[in-house]
Design a protein around this ligand. Sequence first.
Ligand SMILES: Cc1cc2nc3c(=O)[nH]c(=O)nc-3n(C[C@H](O)[C@H](O)[C@H](O)COP(=O)(O)O)c2cc1C
Length: 347
Amino acid sequence: MRWIDTLEAAAAEKLPEAAHRYFRQGSASGISVREAVEAWAAYRFRPRVLNDVSAVALGTTVLDTPVDAPILVAPSTLQRMTDPDGELAMARGVGAAGSVMGVSSNAGTKFAELGQTGVPWWLQIYVVRNREITLRMLDAAVEGNAKAIVLTVDTPVVGRKEDDGESVWSLVQPGQLLANLPDGDWTDDDLDKADDLTPDVIGWLAERTSLPVVVKGVLRGDDAKRCADAGAAGIIVSNHGGRQLDASIPTAQALPEVAEALAGTDVEVYVDGGIRRGEHVLASLALGARAVFVGRPALWALTVGSSAGVTRLLTDLADELDHTLRLVGCSTPSALTPDLVTTRFVN
Ligand SMILES: Cc1cc2nc3c(=O)[nH]c(=O)nc-3n(C[C@H](O)[C@H](O)[C@H](O)COP(=O)(O)O)c2cc1C
């Protein structure tokens, strides 16, 4: 059995039930979370043969940051529930794998401390109703040496999780969440996600931080184009791991349309959701992604093996990508083209 496939069950043994359930679940009836992996597995390859694949190189750049392989870690909350060092352990693991880490607005670790690990990291921001909070968080991220701002746009309201049992929020200890919330007497209304955002917010973030802005949560070509026109440097095709609008289309299905809409621009396209194997990474890259993000597998790996677990997850996936690249007859991710991929049993 692949080590990656053992991770969730091993993590479930170590985590409180409510935390495991929170990490794995989707919103509403769970259609999108169920379909995510299946949608990648529906692709079929049309390999090239008689190509010299004796020297494969996985290295690339994401927004000018060099990475050892095009496999990055998605932002997620509650990492201190998986490992006492939380985001710091994640950062060490990601850094050792030569990758990039997405850091949640809700992280339980100060941005300055993350910066000190030397890992290249991108701040995921939820713009909240009281923009003063967002602005101060952005300033702290810049001071902590964030390399990009990831604006999550699929969360005007938080997706409802329909589950019974103890809530994970009753287990959260002080310091595990919102370590970067600026001091102040904030009300719930101040902290609510902004639901009046338009593409103008992209320029606002870029101007405040002088950092590239990546828009996370896009599933349509026309929206990708609107973001690009408003100055986005990157787009993450994502349905939030099936945790926002349930029954939104799988990212495996959305990616080709977004890549096509941005063809010929220098906007970088990334994808997340259900990516669990080298074959899934390969399909993503062939269909136009520059890199992929993994969410839940990184949380399981952190729970099971702390920073070394995260490094192993990323290097195991990179090793699978290397293997699969050779089998489709390509030596680098940039040699992958859409014609290498088709949908199940068509053609
Ligand atoms: C427990 C958990 C917490 C998450 N927290 C955030 C978050 O704070 N901000 C955000 O933009 N996305 C968040 N996400 C979504 C991930 O960034 C990512 O889009 C998703 O997990 C990718 O799907 P995968 O888990 O199937 O790889 C979270 C996902 C999980 C599972």
